[in-house]
Design a protein around this ligand. Structure first.
Ligand code: NAP
Length: 308
């Protein structure tokens, strides 16, 4: 079976591309490795997506995205994309579940949490170390957790964790936060939150679960220990682009470089959302990318047909 359009990834960008593609009459398939919704589905509350003046929970918003795309007969296949051939005609997408052929492809595979890379991190993942406050926060009711990072995610998720935890320590490697002022102010006003600046975790320590962290003050070099029950790591993201095998042009961090109509370095291949090199990674910008990418795929198909 050959599709007009195969979309890799089912986050906000992929679901929007799916909505536009299917609604535009393209035979469209979206391939997703887990539950659609991407990282947005792991966000407690999204306050800056227009149309929801009181905010909306990430899972609920993503459910609505999916319902809307399915209304226009977007096909969805589960599967982890292992390999692609973007130069063949038709193009091929190979997953652990099967192979799909496509005239055009939109890469919307998003990004994943970056790892700290310290001893104990891997060992205690799922036993006190987490990258998702919405998923794991409730395990830390009346407990003390440390949140690592200084961006929007660290502060926003740190504030969210105060719903459950008795104490949230935000540890950042610098003096200044990268996060928007609105989150910085809210965190400072929250009595459950305290800060440990200019500090980096050296080791996460415990027997069967996290019991403490060993950390360093980067200005003085002093090493200290702090007893904690959980370590939440929000130090940015890395793009999910390994399966591309370098077939499209990426920047030095692996984000895909596109033009202003989401075109990649190969004809008929487009990218949308967090996987793309861009300055603002939000649901609202992913939606715009997804819409533009789908329209570009449609235009490419029309032009290919005209060329014969
Ligand atoms: P980010 O903005 O890249 O921030 C990552 C933070 O982690 C930075 O403070 C960085 O420190 C720190 N960091 C990086 N590597 C580290 C390491 N090895 N050890 C210790 N600290 C490290 O990532 P993010 O907060 O996940 O946000 C990602 C994107 O999503 C951003 O564009 C953000 O604006 C967006 N976002 C938006 C919202 C919202 O608008 N509601 C919510 C969440 C995320 P330095 O500052 O020293 O580099």
């Amino acid at each position: 079976m050959e599709y007009d359009l195969v979309i890799i990834g089912g986050g906000p960008a992929g679901l929007t591309a799916g909505l536009y593609g299917a609604r535009g009459g393209l035979k469209t398939l979206m391939v997703e490795m887990g539950m659609p919704g991407g990282q947005a589905a792991n966000t407690d509350i999204i306050e800056n997506y227009p149309g929801f003046p009181d905010g909306i929970s990430g899972p609920e918003l993503m459910q609505k995205f999916m319902e809307q795309a399915m209304r226009f007969d977007l096909e969805i296949a589960m599967g982890l994309v292992k390999e692609v051939d973007l130069k063949s005609d038709p193009k091929r997408v190979i997953t652990d579940e099967g192979q799909y052929l496509a005239k055009t492809i939109i890469i919307a595979s998003g990004a994943r949490p970056r790892k700290l890379g310290v001893p104990g991190e891997e060992k205690f993942t799922g036993a006190g170390v987490s990258y998702c406050a919405v998923c794991d926060g409730a395990f830390f009711r009346n407990k003390k957790v440390v949140v690592v990072g200084g961006g929007d995610s660290a502060l926003e998720e740190g504030i969210f964790l105060t719903k459950y935890a008795s104490e949230v320590l935000i540890m950042h490697r610098r003096e200044e936060f990268r996060a928007a002022n609105v989150y910085q102010n809210r965190a400072r006003e929250n009595p459950k939150i305290s800060f440990r600046l200019n500090s980096v975790i050296e080791e996460i320590v415990g027997q069967n679960k996290v019991e403490k962290i060993r950390y360093k003050n980067v200005q003085t070099g002093e090493i200290s220990e702090e007893a904690v029950d959980g370590v939440f790591i929000f130090i940015g993201t890395e793009p999910n682009t390994e399966f591309l095998g370098g077939q499209v042009t990426m920047d030095e961090r692996g984000y895909i470089i596109t033009n202003d109509v989401m075109g990649c370095s190969l004809p008929g291949v487009f990218a949308a959302g967090d996987v793309r090199q861009k300055t603002l990674r939000q649901v609202s910008t992913a939606v715009g990318d997804g819409a533009v990418a789908a329209m570009s795929a449609e235009r490419y198909l029309i032009e290919s047909e005209q060329r014969g």
